[in-house]
Ligand binder design. Sequence first.
Ligand code: WAQ
Ligand code: MG
Length: 630
Amino acid sequence: MKEQEGKKLYSLKMRASRAGAHISGAERIVPCAAVPHLAAVMAERALSHSKGKPDFINIKVESAPEPLRIKALNVTTHEASTPEEGWAVARKLLAADEIDRIDEIIALFRETYGMRGAMLLDADTLERLEPDPARGVRATFMDEEGSAEHGFSAEKNHFAEALVLATKVANAPGIVGEICMSDDPGYVTGYVASRRIGYARITCLKEKGDPAGGRIFLYRGPHEKVGETIDYIQKQCVLVEDMPSRPRSAADGGRENVLDGLGRELAEIHTAGLWRTVRERPVGLKSFAGNDYLGLAEDPRVKAAACEAISKFGAGSGASRLVTGTLPPHLELERHLARFKGTEDALVFATGYMANLGTISAFVGKGDAVFSDELNHASIVDGCRLSKADVFIYRHNDMDDLAAKMSQAGPHRRRLAVSDAVFSMDGDILDLPRFLELCRANGVISMIDEAHATGVMGATGHGLCEHFGTGHPDILMGTLSKALGSEGGYVCASRTVCDYLRNRARPFIFSTAHNPGSAAAADAALAILEGHPELARAVREKARMFAAGLSALGIPAKTESAIVPVMVGDERKAMEIAARLESEGFLVPAIRYPTVAKGAARLRVSISAASCDDDIRALAAAIARIGTAL
Ligand code: WAQ
Ligand code: MG
């Protein structure tokens, strides 16, 4: 019973417009279970159309009538390099189909431009038969058989959609032919079709960039019966079987064919509640979402430093660091980072991800060993994978397990242990003293990632070594994109380590140098942090206050840094809470697999020195209220 229900067919029709002008439309017929994902894909298609953002999107879901299953028309492709050549091909094909007044019909074609539907024309007398000539006749209730299993793409597949329509219409009573040209300015392939011709693609019917497009259905038969034809075209549900794979022509190179299957995977992602979209950051919300822990990304001094460096040195650095990309802001920043962290030398990468990828893969390789915390950031995980070293993953922050793994590991040339200093999705901190001690005792290179520690941990924001009062690890990595308000990654270490990276870290060697504006901005932020050592303590204090407030309201939360995870578990529930918080004016991200384990979804609240105490209290109250109600 339940299964039957899941298979019941629905028609989904999407229509998007702006100021009343049509932008995009689509229809699919799918089983009940595929409806939610498809509705999302349709909305996405509407929102990303090349004609611009719609102000109105209508997605209509209705139960589909009993379908007729019809085999797809036979497809042929006719190459044409100009519209003239293309229309000559169309004439020849239609002539072979006993349509005589072809030139007059083609002359009428331009009258269909701008119509939402197709012109329905008596093939012999050229009378127009559609009840509403301004709108035309619209074919609906049609799709490929099994389209849900093939998956959907937010991109329009002109060929497949047109072949479905042409197959349905060619099988309508009295229809003897069809002519079609897309109104998509970028799509110049059109077609003529009938049961006899099949689906004949013509690779050029108009110039690229031309927004003209239209359709004619040709009818032959008694006019009293045209109503049946229109009914069939508009209401009969048709599923087209045996759709060919995407045609390979000079125009599309078979590209869509190669990408079949991606849509199915996306549908699975959606069904699991793991669908992700890129969206513009909403404005006007109280943000507890980013990593700008000290509010320095918005600081006028930091912004001015970036602008000044860009006007002096250019918008891009123009080459890799080792060629001609090294500019004064890079060297200044590296000097200051080394001084700030108390190391001999420092090296800046274009991103934190690259710093981890490049450093780990430079230090260990085949035959080496790397020990990595199970909750380390993806860039560390990817660095370990790229290195081809044997990877030993130890339980989160469990130094006994790390010790055990170190003694289990066989003879390796070089060994490296790497850990986040502050864990980005949990907000807890590495047991650095024991970590360093284990590395020292076992002859293992130590590396920590201070992405979320710099500017936050330690009495004056110098990081985890200051917090614990320990010495440095061999490799101290961090980012410029969090408390330092800019972007990029860095390694602070001995001269030897940094020289080694300059010669061996491929992301450093083969990336264009870090943007000079970003370098100067980070440098300015670092100067502010050095001038205001109280900022780090302030942000941690606020985060502790938030966690305590939440706990007092019955939602357990704790933190040692600026990050406060609020555990939810279920992915959809986490998304729902985040959406409700947003409607109350708070921006808080829901974090799901693969960023965290499946079933360990959470809200990730990040506190900034710029967050005000009233907002922090209000957020705790809102989370407690929404979380308890759900
Ligand atoms: N029913 C009737 N007419 C329609 C419909 C419909 N459901 N949808 C569109 N039209 C009319 C309308 O006047 C449009 O301006 C015109 O057809 C063109 O529609 O094998 O994309 O959706 O690669 O822009 C041909 C593919 C693509 C050739 C055609 O048409 C190939 C296309 P569009
Ligand atoms: Mg179109």
